[in-house]
Each structure stands twice: as C-alpha cells, then as structure tokens.
Design a protein around this ligand. Structure first.
Ligand SMILES: NC(=O)c1ccc[n+]([C@@H]2O[C@H](COP(=O)([O-])OP(=O)(O)OC[C@H]3O[C@@H](n4cnc5c(N)ncnc54)[C@H](O)[C@@H]3O)[C@@H](O)[C@H]2O)c1
Ligand SMILES: [Zn+2]
Ligand SMILES: [Zn+2]
Length: 391
C-alpha cells in the first residue's frame, strides 16, 4: 500500500509499505477514505520532536471504513465508517475511566502521555493515517465515532479526529463565560476552530491574531476581529479595544511561534537564550523563531485573574517560562493534549443540525501522492488553510 513516510527533517516520501495486519485481538484495519495534514505534523517535518525515527508513517487525522476486525472487537464491525481520534485510548485504565483519554496509561508502553498515531516513538511509535490503510488498536473504543447516515461527506466530520475538538478544548479550558472578550493567537486550523468555539461558548468579541491574510480572513468570516501582528502590536490593540481590561487568551500557535521585534509587548523575550537541550531532536540545528512570543503576549494581554489556555504544542526541548508575570497577575494556565472524545458527541450534533460547517476551513483537497508537495505548501502557510488527502 501507499503510505507517507518520514525519512528525516524536511523529507517525507510516498513509499510502498506492507498493508498492516491485525496484531492484537482488539485491533481493526481501516481503509482510509480521508486524512488531513496538521500543524502538529509540521513539528515532525521540521525535525524538532524527540523520538521521531525514519520509517514511521505520518498522519493522525483520519477516517475510513473498517475492513477487518480482531477477534475481541464487538463494538464496531466490518463496513462501519468511523472517525479516529488522534489520541489512542484503551478505554479501561484509570485515566480512560475518568474521561482523561489523552493520558491513557496503557496505549503507550513507551512513555507517560497516551499513544498517538503517526507521532514519534515517544508517543508509542504507531504508524499513522496518511496512508491507504492503518491499524487501529483498542478499536472497541472508537464506536462512539461511527459516522451516522445523516453525514453526506467525509470532510464534514474528518476534523472531529483532532482540530475541531482541539479548538473547542481551547475554548473550554479557557473558562469562557457569555459576554467575555477572547483573543485567539494563531489563525491556523486550530485557531480557526478555537475562534468558532469561543463564539459557541458565548464570547462577545473574539480577536484573531496572525500575520497571514488568507488565514485571518477565514476567522473574520466567523465573526472575529482580526489583528495582523506584522502591522500592529496585538497587546496594545487588545488592551485598547477592551478598555484596558484585556481578554481571555488562547494560544493556538505553540513553540514554533514567529517572533516580532517591534513594540513593547515583545520586551522580555530572550530570543536564542533558552538553554534547551537540542541533542535529542532529529534536527539539532533547528532554532524556533521565538518559542515564547505568544506566551509573552498572552501574559500581557490576558484579563487579570483569567485562565490562559494553551492547546498549541510545547515540547520540553524549547522551554523558558515567564513565571513572574503569571504569579503577579494571578493567571491560571491550562494546557495539554485534547481528550478528543470528550467533545465529539456535542460537536457532531452541531454539524448534523447545520449549526457549524467545518468544511469551510479546507483550502486544498489533494491525492496522497501529492502529500510531499502538500507539506511544503502547508509549511509555507501563506497560501493554505487546511489540506485534506483522499487516498
Ligand atoms: N493540544 C492538542 O491536542 C493539539 C492538537 C492539534 C494541534 N495542536 C497544536 O496547535 C498548534 C496550531 O496547529 P495548526 O494546525 O493550526 O498549525 P499551523 O502551523 O497551521 O498554524 C499556526 C499559525 O500560527 C501563526 N503564528 C505563528 N507565530 C505567531 C504569533 N507570534 N502570533 C500569532 N500567530 C502566530 C502562523 O502564522 C500560523 O498561521 C500547533 O502547535 C499544533 O501542534 C495541538
Ligand atoms: Zn492534528
Ligand atoms: Zn486507558
């Protein structure tokens, strides 16, 4: 079968690989009908994540039809169409029983965080879904995401695998109350759905901050007020617009943030002085532009006593922390990997009744053999918002 395989930093290729087979009694094999490219894939593409080894199939946002089931799979059957959450959960450990699926204790024997598809040895080494077929373990737990007949296209529900619930999680953990003003940093796919979700949580105004017009215009369509950080200082603008009060802040960027040299708001960043341990990533020469840019902006733009929400990914390799501001301003921080299943039922219902339309984020639909080119386009950001593959 064809699969998009990681070969090294900035080197992904469509390879021929053996079709996966059932390895454990609770496995299923899925024929992938749609899969997407995520900002998280770009962290791997840049070689900045520990434990990424050549040979692993990429992709953690996918859906498809069940082709084969292991002997202990009762909850789904051959022919079912399912969306697969990017985090792999066993459904039975303490964390799964407490609905903390992203922290599953049994799906990843190789590390602390639960397993994920297509995402390093550290997250379990599972092959991903940018492929024609994929093995899904613990498949009894994916029954919740069977695609109902009311759904007409894959694209309507594909993003339930990650970015839609992740954007929603960003708004949920931010503790948004009706009438609050919210600032979403990053207008990529996660930022887009965080903006949508902030409105679903009752936000009065939502500011969307990025510097790519194509992406900002998408969030503007959702009703956001856009701020291009190349043209103005986002902290000053948010403070001004909110009468000095500030907004509830969501980071939908993560450690690959682009820095900004002008304006007071970037004061305090100590670019290139992180003291981080590069030795364990596959591209030690890589230097993120300004990993703490968004954190610093948020610490200044956040309404006092509010919660800072961080769905954007931070690894341990590029760490430095503005603890003083967080303490003095009594900010709460919530962050982490989204427990996708927590939100899927309500989000699916919003799609079914037509209240939200996730397909509007898609800028490109491509074939799997175009995936290496797609990584380049998505990495450049300025011409794309979300790329879907139809294997
Ligand atoms: N927590 C989770 O479970 C989870 C799930 C999916 C994605 N993520 C993470 O969310 C982040 C966003 O994902 P995406 O798919 O939207 O990625 P993306 O790379 O497509 O988008 C990121 C956007 O941030 C913008 N940006 C860069 N620097 C900025 C700055 N200083 N201020 C404002 N905007 C800035 C970029 O221009 C880009 O449009 C990534 O870190 C990704 O790994 C986390
Ligand atoms: Zn993703
Ligand atoms: Zn578990």
């Amino acid at each position: 079968m064809k699969a998009l395989v990681y070969h090294g930093p900035n080197d992904v290729r469509l390879d021929d690989k053996p079709r996966p087979s059932i390895q454990k009694p609770e496995d299923v094999i899925i024929r992938v009908t749609a899969t997407a490219l995520c900002g998280s894939d770009l962290h791997l593409y840049h070689g900045t994540v520990q434990g990424m080894e050549p040979g692993q199939t990429l992709g953690h946002e996918f859906m498809g039809e069940i082709e084969e089931t292991g002997p202990e799979v009762q909850e789904v059957k051959v022919g079912d169409k399912v969306v697969i959450p990017f985090n792999i959960d066993c459904g039975r450990c303490w964390y799964c029983r407490h609905e903390l699926w992203s922290q599953c204790d049994r799906s990843n024997p190789k590390g602390e965080l639960g397993g994920s598809f297509g995402y390093t040895q550290v997250l379990g080494g599972y092959d991903g879904g940018q492929a024609e077929y994929v093995r899904v373990p613990f498949a009894n737990t994916v029954a919740a995401l069977k695609v109902p007949d009311s759904i007409k296209t894959d694209e309507q529900v594909l993003f339930l695998s990650d970015i839609l619930p992740t954007g929603f999680f960003g708004a949920d953990i931010a503790n948004i109350k009706p009438g609050d003003d919210v600032a979403v940093f990053g207008a990529g796919p996660v930022g887009y759905f965080a903006v949508m979700s902030a409105f679903l949580h009752g936000a009065a105004r939502v500011f969307s901050i990025d510097h790519w017009p194509i992406r900002l215009n998408k969030t503007k369509d959702l009703g956001a007020e856009i701020i291009n950080f190349d043209n103005e200082d986002p902290v000053e603008r948010i403070k001004r617009e909110t009468g000095g009060k500030g907004a509830i802040c969501i980071d939908a960027v993560g450690y690959e943030a682009v820095g900004h040299s002008g304006g007071n708001s970037s004061k305090g960043n100590s670019k290139n002085s992180y003291g981080h341990d590069h030795s364990k990533v596959s591209n030690p020469a890589y230097e993120p532009a300004n990993p703490l840019q968004v954190i610093n902006w948020m610490c200044q733009a956040a309404r006092k006593y509010s919660t800072i929400s961080i769905p954007g990914v931070y690894g341990t390799s590029y760490d430095q922390f503005p603890l003083g501001q967080l303490f003095n301003r009594e900010l709460q921080i919530r962050m982490g990997q989204c427990p996708v299943k927590k939100y899927n039922e309500q989000l699916l219902h919003l799609i079914e009744v037509g209240r939200i339309d996730p397909t509007k984020i898609i800028s490109h639909t491509m074939r799997l053999d175009e995936a290496p080119a797609a990584y380049k386009i998505f990495d450049k950001k300025e011409d794309s918002t979300k790329i879907v593959f139809k294997p």
